[in-house]
Design a protein around this ligand. Structure first.
Ligand code: AMP
Ligand code: MG
Length: 408
């Protein structure tokens, strides 16, 4: 049996980053930048005030205190977006709003809170200003031509803001993989059909996996079901490849049942690597390629399908979408177990769990019965506890590692 790491390494080695495309700024959310972005001008672009207050010559205010204020003549006002008309000379002050350009001649700002209105057009300064107080200087944050975002950066709200500030209405990002999801099985009934007769069950994998594709930031290319039939299986795989799917994900039909056709068809149309992975849930996994289309044949049990998607397909999709190595996998944290978890070697187990932050740190509690057909064991789970291959069970209070599912 292959270890989880060996299987993942084999998969990632064949998951190639897709070409880039230009998208509008607001469509870039959650995508990965395919170009470096440089500043179009110095930032801030001009010296400006960080406060609402008065532009002064700091030397004029040296003796100021609340008992002996310095009185200055207010000779003008500058609001954000405009330029000061007057030059500041000694004995004068100019009212300046936050973000407005500094008047020529001034070397400090005094906050409104440190002033009092005087009689006539005057202001009383209650504190000495030091040179450069409350001024944001041109280029102090970024210089024109500096790199503000490097290629390979995932784009979220901060990056959208930085891109906007650099004047980019369009950006180049890596293409997202188009993923075809196929459920297999004669026993399955789709959501559009009436209550299943005895012997049939509702198809849940098709929809759950389709949703996981979208949660991973990939495009759901198609969502279909095929019966356990050789010709239907071959026709469905061909159709996905011909219509431009970058990835095919199937569920079911990969074990040793009499009517498991996924492996033979993949072998006929492309290349099959079939692995038994030392993990629970989800031992069998068919991986391969049909032409340039990557293929994941996941096990059919609903929990196995979702956990193997999480551990193997999701990292591949993230890598194809251009995510850097440190953003391909979920974060792993140390947790304390609130209860014992039984285990028998030699397969690594991933227990669905709810992690909460207590005073003592992160505490993990399993979602109960961990049977791999029990979809309800995924309910509320925000983590997978990793139970090592050769553990004979973990005790309450023991430390374990957990993958956090709700973080990117
Ligand atoms: P298989 O790997 O095809 O033998 O399926 C293993 C188990 O998972 C069987 O009990 C199937 O009925 C069940 N199963 C397979 N596919 C689905 C599906 N799409 N939705 C719900 N259960 C499924
Ligand atoms: Mg089946």
């Amino acid at each position: 049996m292959l270890s989880v790491e060996e299987a993942l390494a084999g998969i990632l080695a064949q998951s190639n980053r897709l070409p880039s495309e230009a998208v509008s700024l607001m469509e870039a959310q959650g995508r990965v930048l395919a170009e470096a972005i440089t500043a179009e001008c110095d930032l801030p672009p001009f010296d400006n005030s960080a406060v609402d207050g008065y532009a002064v010559l700091s030397t004029d205010t040296e003796s100021a205190s609340s008992d002996t204020p310095v009185t200055l003549r207010v000779i003008g006002e500058v609001v954000a977006g405009e330029l000061a008309e007057q030059q500041l000379l000694t004995g004068a002050a100019i009212r300046v709003m936050t973000g407005a350009p500094m008047p020529v001649g001034a070397d400090a700002m005094v906050m409104v809170e440190d002033t009092r209105l005087g009689g006539g057009n005057t202001v009383q300064i209650l504190l000495p200003a030091r040179k450069h107080d409350h001024i944001r200087f041109r280029g102090e944050e970024v210089r024109q031509g500096d790199t503000v975002l490097t290629e390979g950066t995932p784009i979220y709200s901060t990056q959208i803001g930085l891109l906007a500030r650099a004047g980019h209405g369009q950006v180049r990002v890596y293409r997202r993989p188009r993923v075809a999801v196929i459920s297999t099985g004669d026993e399955l009934i789709g959501i559009e059909e009436p209550t299943p007769p005895l012997g049939k069950i509702r198809d849940s994998n098709r929809y759950a996996l389709g949703s996981m594709v979208q949660e991973a930031g990939a495009i759901l290319h198609s969502l279909t079901h095929i019966p356990d039939d050789l010709e239907a299986t071959e026709a469905a795989f061909r159709q996905c490849v011909d219509s431009g799917a970058d990835v095919i994900v199937t569920a079911g039909g990969v074990s040793v049942g009499d009517r498991d056709y996924v492996k033979p068809v993949l072998e006929k149309l492309g290349r099959l690597e079939f692995w038994r992975i030392a993990m629970k849930p989800g031992k069998p996994l068919a991986f391969g390629q049909i032409g340039n289309t990557l293929f994941f044949g996941l096990p059919g049990n609903p929990v196995s399908a979702m956990v193997t998607f999480e551990l193997f397909a999701r990292p591949a999709l993230r890598k194809m979408a251009g995510y850097p190595d440190n953003a391909i996998m979920r974060p792993i944290i140390a947790v304390t177990l609130s209860e014992p978890i039984p285990h028998t070697p030699p397969r690594r187990e991933y227990a669905r769990a709810i992690v909460t932050l207590e005073q003592s740190g992160f505490v993990a509690t399993t979602t109960g019965n961990q049977g791999s057909s029990r979809l309800s064991s995924m309910m509320g789970a925000n983590a997978l506890i990793v139970i090592p291959e050769y553990s004979n069970g973990l005790d309450a209070g023991e430390q374990a590692q957990a993958l956090l599912l709700n973080l990117k």
